[in-house]
Design a protein around this ligand. Sequence first.
Ligand SMILES: Nc1ncnc2c1ncn2[C@@H]1O[C@H](COP(=O)(O)OP(=O)(O)O)[C@@H](O)[C@H]1O
Ligand SMILES: [Mg+2]
Length: 232
Amino acid sequence: MNAAPVLSVRDLKVGVRSARGEVDAVRGLDLDVARGETLALVGESGCGKSLTALALAGLLPDGARIRSGRIVLGGVSIEGLPERRLRRLRGQRVGMVFQDPMAALNPVLTIGEQIVEAIRAHRSVSRAQARSEAESLLARVRLREGAQLLQAFPHQLSGGMRQRILIAIAIANRPDVLIADEPTTALDATVQAEILALLDELRRDSGMALVLITHDLGLDGGVECRGWFVGD
Ligand SMILES: Nc1ncnc2c1ncn2[C@@H]1O[C@H](COP(=O)(O)OP(=O)(O)O)[C@@H](O)[C@H]1O
Ligand SMILES: [Mg+2]
């Protein structure tokens, strides 16, 4: 791979609060991922995979923080950037898909409202324009009858459909990197394969890099990737 990496991480340490004070849950992670490449982050439960993903997406919860490390996104080092610029850069360049789509979606907003919100959070397009983009996004994640789906609430959809919606939201602003944190753990086996195939297809078509987090090496079958192991 000779292309410049779209995401480059050096010596990332994420500290979390514990009874013993702050401890490093991620202890010096390095990674590089290039355009169109899939990188698998593999490791046992509790080894810091989700915190790594959240740190890269700028979504760390209270009690967790980046202690040190260098993160370069699309050639831009995010060190020292003002908070607003940082949030915008990450929102534009990094998309994130979570393990539990029901928890990641807002139960009281329609699918359409959530996709439109995601689009308008990062680009100044009209509501009508965002709505029409939302419909094409649903087609891109292979959901039919998009116009009707936009009116639906998350609880009215199956787990697989909800994960497709989350993927649509994650790619809404054409990120350079899509981070999928155990995206199929909450799904039935047949649906798991479909979601992985969809992620792979989107990566191929758009050229974005895919960082696929899993605790199960068997699961990435069919997705060509480089492996990376987190933890001790
Ligand atoms: N918000 C938090 N506050 C304190 N500790 C946390 C928090 N989130 C995760 N941890 C701890 O950090 C470690 C890594 O967690 P996590 O990144 O979720 O692991 P993985 O995704 O690999 O299963 C675990 O020991 C977990 O208990
Ligand atoms: Mg996790």
